[in-house]
Design a protein around this ligand. Structure first.
Ligand code: SAM
Length: 419
């Protein structure tokens, strides 16, 4: 098996690494009992948290994988020459404003907004020139396909056009991990990009059968045509300033659906549905026995009404800071969360005692309680106690930022098989 050198950007606590290399070589999809036969080797990783001085995620990463070839600085400060040559670039990067303008300063060159991490990925790809990675595996929120609200799809169009300009073909899919038997309802946009020199690039076709059966996503995560079956074919300008200024400007005429392909600026996209016949995992399959749950995770009788209020439906008048009155309403959340369903999406504020609508509450042995850090790790198919050492709230934060490892493991396998 030929080794594939990987760099992991925006590494967090290493979800991509666990999916591609396995946890100490073991597969997440078989609960770490089976060896993961993997060609992937992380040769460099980068993680830097802009909002805090302490670097907790990077500390966890180093504790689990060692400090060798790990970089804990702002990616925008990293010199391209300090990044080793690699075959695959992976990362979960934020959804930000990807607009660009012509820059006078750079004599007609393009200027993306400062601090927008998409442009850091492009800087690495372009900076590596002939040695640019053959493959990209990227992850983002599902909203990426519809952002920004006032010019829907512009950011994704900018992204596709810049990848096409750099010689990549792309396939994407919005995947809800729970629909493929994983323990969390987490819906994310996954992107695979292939450089023009690769066999996958040559095989990629901008049509329906590629999205439904021939593509890598179709093979790793089978789908069928959605009954609503929306599809469209269109091209995106090579001129990034035009895409940025004009894509869906004024009215929304083009739309990126949950499955799609792009090659040479030609796009085919359609609505698809998961078509999975395996077993499913629910919260009841991953929670730990009552006896292993520390006291602070249980909801006291005093706190219960506050949780019920937070989770309940509301129709009430509220006061604004300036004294004005407004009417607030929201529906109810399941309370407690059903043990017969996969977890809902874990968000970064899942941890800590204060009542909140979005935190999970389960009812076990006649008691209400929150989920423990280990249970949150299991929702993401991380190894148990991967983030041990950090505070409970921070461990929840890491899991809110991370991804479902099994999705990456499947994508790695299918990419390897296609070589
Ligand atoms: C969505 S999270 C990715 C989590 C990761 N996939 C995991 O499994 O834990 C994005 C990460 O990018 C990091 N980040 C944000 N700005 C950065 C920058 N300028 N340079 C490097 N990393 C950055 C954040 O701290 C965060 O951990």
């Amino acid at each position: 098996m030929k080794e594939l050198k990987v760099i992991e950007l925006f590494a967090g606590v290493g979800g991509f690494r666990l999916g591609l290399e396995g946890y100490k070589g073991k597969s997440a999809l078989s609960n770490y009992t089976k060896k993961l036969d993997s060609p992937f080797k992380i040769v460099w990783s980068n993680q830097w948290e802009p909002s805090t001085k302490a670097q907790h995620a990077s500390d966890v990463y180093i504790k689990q994988f060692g400090s060798e070839n790990h970089s804990n600085v702002d990616i925008s400060k990293v010199d391209i020459n300090d990044i080793p040559d690699h075959d695959v670039l992976v990362g979960g990067f934020p959804c930000q404003d990807y607009s660009v303008a012509n820059s006078l300063k750079r004599s007609g060159g393009l200027e993306g907004k400062k601090g927008v991490l998409w442009w850091e990925i492009m800087r690495i790809i372009e900076g590596k020139g002939k040695k640019a990675p053959k493959y990209l595996i990227l992850e983002n929120v599902d909203r990426l396909l519809k952002s920004p609200v006032k010019q829907r799809g512009r950011d994704f169009a900018v992204m596709l056009s810049s990848l096409a300009n750099a010689g990549y073909a792309v396939e994407w899919r919005v995947i809800n991990a729970a629909e493929y038997g994983m323990p969390q309802r987490r819906k994310r946009t996954f992107i695979l990009a292939y450089k023009s020199s690769t066999p996958q690039y040559k095989k990629l076709k901008v049509n329906e059968s590629y999205v439904l059966q021939d593509g890598l996503f179709a093979n790793a995560f089978p789908v069928s045509k959605s009954p609503k079956s929306i599809f469209s074919k269109f091209s995106i300008s090579e001129n990034l300033v035009n895409v940025s200024d004009l894509f869906n400007k004024g009215k929304e005429t083009l739309s990126f659906e949950n499955g799609g392909v792009m090659k040479n600026h030609e796009v085919f996209t359609m609505k698809v549905e998961a078509n999975y016949e395996g077993t499913f995992q629910f919260l009841k399959d991953i929670i730990v026995p009552y006896s292993q749950v520390p006291k602070e995770f249980f909801i006291t009788d005093d706190d219960l009404p506050r949780w019920q209020y937070a989770k309940g439906s509301k129709k009430e008048e509220r006061k604004r800071q300036d004294g004005g009155i407004y009417f607030f309403s929201e529906g109810s959340m399941a309370f407690p969360d059903s043990l017969d369903k996969p977890a809902r999406t874990i968000i970064t504020s899942e941890g800590g005692p204060p009542p909140s609508r979005f935190k999970h509450i389960i009812y076990q042995d006649k008691k209400y309680r929150r989920l423990t850090p280990v249970e949150l790790e299991k929702c993401n198919m991380f190894p148990v106690n991967h983030t041990e050492g950090a505070t409970d709230t921070r461990r929840a934060f890491f899991m809110g930022n991370a991804l479902v490892v099994g999705v990456i493991e499947k994508l790695g396998k299918i990419l390897n098989q296609s070589l």
